[in-house]
Design a binder for this molecule. Structure first.
Ligand SMILES: [Ca+2]
Ligand SMILES: [Ca+2]
Length: 171
């Protein structure tokens, strides 16, 4: 009987410990090894494949439980632009925003909130030659933004994972 109690104690301790480890791992804000982190977000770059924006959106959700990058602050914008300019490659990257519903009113796909910080390249957004309702970090403009057609343009995704509420981290 004493042996049985010992065994039950051991099993309980084991489950308790495992449970505790699990709780702790959910509380610790750590980005995956293959990502870069900045102020509560992880960014995953360099998939080596270009795709349409709706494919990029699905790609980030399905593979990384994240979304195509959203730029919420000037600092985040600078961080991403500087990072892209240092990468040894020249690719265009998707932003997770569109002005499909109302021209010139840009909204984030992920949260359906209005975009408040922009970093357009000179002359953009121009919405020509065709309807251009999606946007990229444009390599030719030092990764300032350009509007492009959603249904035909291909670029690489940058997936963003938010670890904590960003408003808790700013300042
Ligand atoms: Ca963001
Ligand atoms: Ca447009």
């Amino acid at each position: 009987m004493r042996d049985l109690i010992s065994v039950l104690n051991l099993v309980f301790c084991l489950f308790f410990t495992l449970g505790l480890v699990d709780v702790q791992s959910q509380m610790i804000a750590v980005c995956p090894d293959y990502s870069v982190s900045y102020h509560g977000s992880c960014y995953i770059f360099g998939f080596g494949q270009t795709m349409l924006v709706h494919q990029a959106d699905k790609f980030c959700r399905d593979n990384h439980d994240g979304h195509v990058v959203e730029v919420n602050t000037r600092n985040e914008s600078s961080f991403l632009k500087n990072y892209m300019n240092r990468l040894p490659r020249t690719e265009n990257y998707w932003l997770g925003m569109t002005d499909e519903r109302t021209e010139h009113e840009w909204r984030w796909f992920n949260t359906d909130t209005q975009v408040s910080v922009f970093d357009w390249s000179p002359g953009d957004p121009d919405n020509v030659p065709t309807d251009e309702d999606c946007a990229i970090f444009w390599s030719d403009a030092g990764y300032k933004w350009a509007d492009v057609p959603c249904s035909t343009f291909k670029a690489e995704p940058v997936c963003e994972l938010s670890l904590l509420d960003e408003t808790e981290i700013i300042g």
